[in-house]
Design a protein around this ligand. Structure first.
Ligand code: HEM
Length: 187
């Protein structure tokens, strides 16, 4: 089922806002992760880990899930389809993989935030390179997804070829039928 142009624009606005918003929230997390790893000031380090956990819970998780949901709507509600073009398929895989790792990683962020909130906790245990690595990998994946969305490389999957072929055949049959009807109705 294809969406009307109005609905398509509305849904695309939600998709771009959530997807690029997710990228922005990952960038903010990366800044905090670097501050947490390298900061000299104890208060700054503690605040960085608490901030990362809040961004994760209140921005990363909802935006990742909204991006996935609105991406599915854009695919299934337009002629792009979900499995017809490699660029859409790769974005789907990136999104599902990144969202899955994020959901698992929220436990680590929660644990680090708990340590940061504990005044007796050792700062050495807090200075962990893992948030920097995770946020950098997420940035890279989301930049690739954004570039794929903008360039939309031509590659079509075998399923996409079959669908295109069927669609062309259907249109040709329709044209022939209309031509026959026109000739029959001529005096
Ligand atoms: C991984 C995170 C994602 C990012 C950063 C992202 C980003 C974008 C952007 C910026 C556009 C607008 C491109 C343009 O109009 O020129 C777009 C469009 C689109 N996205 Fe995504 N997207 C993501 C996930 C997904 C997912 C998971 C799917 C499919 C399940 C998807 C399917 C689509 C489709 C089909 C369009 C074209 C819509 C149209 O032309 O009406 N996206 N995406």
């Amino acid at each position: 089922m294809t969406m009307s142009p109005r609905l398509r624009k509305f849904a695309l606005t939600a998709h771009v806002a959530s997807s690029v918003g997710w990228l922005g929230a990952v960038a903010a997390s990366l800044v905090l992760a670097v501050a947490g790893l390298t900061g000299e000031d104890v208060q700054v380090v503690r605040a960085a880990y608490l901030g990362m956990n809040s961004i994760g819970e209140d921005a990363l998780v909802p935006l990742a899930l909204t991006s996935l949901l609105t991406g599915l709507v854009q695919s299934l509600g337009t002629e792009w389809g979900l499995f017809r073009h490699y660029w859409v398929l790769i974005k789907l895989l990136i999104n599902v993989f990144a969202a899955f790792v994020l959901l698992l990683y929220m436990q680590t962020l929660g644990y680090l935030a708990g340590l940061a909130a504990d005044p007796s906790a050792d700062l050495g245990a807090l200075r962990n390179p893992s948030p920097v690595l995770h946020a950098s990998a997420a940035m890279l994946l989301l930049v690739v997804a954004t570039a794929l969305s903008v360039y939309k490389p031509r590659g079509v999957t075998p399923y996409g070829w079959r669908k295109q072929h069927e669609e062309r055949k259907r249109r040709a049959l329709q044209r022939n039928k209309q031509a026959e009807q026109r000739t029959e109705s001529q005096p």
